[in-house]
Design a protein around this ligand. Sequence first.
Ligand code: ADP
Ligand code: ZN
Ligand code: ZN
Length: 699
Amino acid sequence: GQRDDIAAVSTGASADTHWLSVALDVPLPGLFDYRADRPVAIGTRVIVRFGPRRMVGVVADTPLAPTYPPAQVRAIDAVLDDMPPLAADWMKLARFAADYYQRPLGEVILPALPGALRKPAAYEGARSAGGPIARIDARAAKRKTGDAAPVAAAPTLNPAQQHAVDTLAAATGFETFVLFGVTGSGKTEVYLRAAEAVLRSDRQVLLLVPEINLTPQLEGVLTRRLEQAVGAGAVAVLHSGLADGERLEAWLRAVRGQARLIVGTRLALFVPLPALGLIVVDEEHDPSYKQQDGLRYSARDLAIWRARDRNVPIVLGSATPSLETWHHAESGRYVKLSLPQRASEAEPPTVSLIDTRRLKLEQGLSPQLVAAIEDRLARGEQSLIFLNRRGYAPVLNCEACGWMSTCKRCSAFMVLHRGMRSGHMLRCHHCGAHERVPPACPDCGNQDLQPMGRGTQRLEEFLAARFPNARLARIDADSTRRKGSAEALFAQVHANEVDILVGTQMVAKGHDFHNLGFVGVLNADAMLFSHDFRAPERLFSQLMQVAGRAGRRGSGADVYIQTGYPEQPVYQALVRHDYAGFAAYALDERRSAGLPPFAFQALLTAESRELATAVTFLTEARDLPTARPDLPGAEQVMVYDPVPLRVVKVADLERAQLLVESDSRPALQAFLRAWAPCLADLPGSARVRWQLEVDPLEI
Ligand code: ADP
Ligand code: ZN
Ligand code: ZN
């Protein structure tokens, strides 16, 4: 056709030459030129040579001419046509994410695909048998489909739920809904009804859940309820814990429109969905929606973009919405749907503050807290003691000379851990370094080294001694390291084989504990006075969630929060179960301080062996706008001075960061688009590792 003629004339290549711009997962900006001897559609996967390596790439454009001299442009090795090209709307989502988060397109597209689809080796050799998709299909053809599961009865909706379901059913195009309701108010039931309606109209639903909430229980409920409505095989689950083959199979069923409800963690945001009709983001405030490496995206934010692009409604559900979301709900940009009461007869727990300033604590526990555990034990009810600090003690100390167990590679203490077999160990939670506890102080030889403070292990030890007849369990990242061990521990709690449960934030989410009568919260103040401006927000939502574990059935559950600062607004609001009051207060503070959601931020972080090297690079980056006054948006953007990170050294690398801020998102975006591409050319950039994060959650 016309295009081929132009290419042939202008490049001297043959009329059969088709130029391709290919996205590759390499840390270089831009796309890469290749040629093919037949037309290849945008969104097609291809195998190409890149340097000495063979890689799978995705065709992102089919230009009339390459950017390189045509003679230097290599031919692709193969077109992978075992799957239709990635759809235009999906490519558009990837392009938006790459542009918004300032990453090369290939670093967005390729990691979003199941592993098997981006490995050339999967298509090579005698055993490849037509590639991974052909193998999945052959396996699926042999498998018999199971019978539909025994039928789960749906409860009658209460008026608030009914209103929410009706409002969602009436939504015809893009609209952002905030489903605001405490734990147990029946949000999941609303998602199910809204999903059923969409599924019956032959469209797909994407349900995003936080990492830890994707339990077999939830999967079971969804499968039983929804497969009844739309048939077996309609539910697909996607998360990072799946084996490669399982993930590919679920992904293919979604792409082909066979799976109708796709439930998954943040990575499921990137599954192609030909018939998308509704997106639900459960616990939308949860930090696990933010990816913390590579493409540092917010799955919640991208989900809203995707819903807008596909013109479908989106529901953000939470008992404690992020202040960003709440701000939009209050201003009317999002539509708020409230579920003010618990759905079942269960009454909310009574929250009390234990003022520790005038109390004598025993291993960190107030007499009231100990008495409450005793009381619940006598009644045959469970207690949960929440302490967000794992290990035995945060530091080991020599009282004779003041020595502390610091990590040699990090500016942090090594945490004392009680080992299973190997005795006590010191572990660094930053770099993973570990060593045996020294028999004596390395500085003065004192043999009486003492643990300072306490973590979950020490608390468990104390409770075991204090309540010798109680059955104890501990749930934290250490006790659940082996695959399946978390589920086993939770199953014990559900089966009433545990009287006292000690846990970190891992216990706060996703699980209903039917016999839990008491929750005690230790050391919450540590979170309150963190350097991070989001700390009170996070504390409120975490404690609301922990409190919500109690009394899911019945009444009379108690929550005791130990604090030396009972007058703090966060705690006062918790006692009143008053998220809205807390949010109003916190938003006022943010507004007067000029912080998100009233400002928009990006963070440039650099690391190097020497702090000065990192700071030099960041200073060059800071001065760029001065040197280049033509940078768009610069006059509306504030670039702060470089500062060391709070934990400045991790694994022998010193870290510093530079904050970029604006009260206008478009101005910040315009600035980043011009500024970010210049960073790699700064003289100091070769001597540091750096990354840019847009909308950082932690500063
Ligand atoms: P949330 O997701 O808000 O925490 P769930 O949807 O899990 O709440 O509901 C909490 C409990 O209440 C569940 O056991 C659920 O089956 C039950 N439930 C939900 N809606 C109703 C209703 N309308 N009537 C009775 N029970 C309900
Ligand atoms: Zn000493
Ligand atoms: Zn370390």
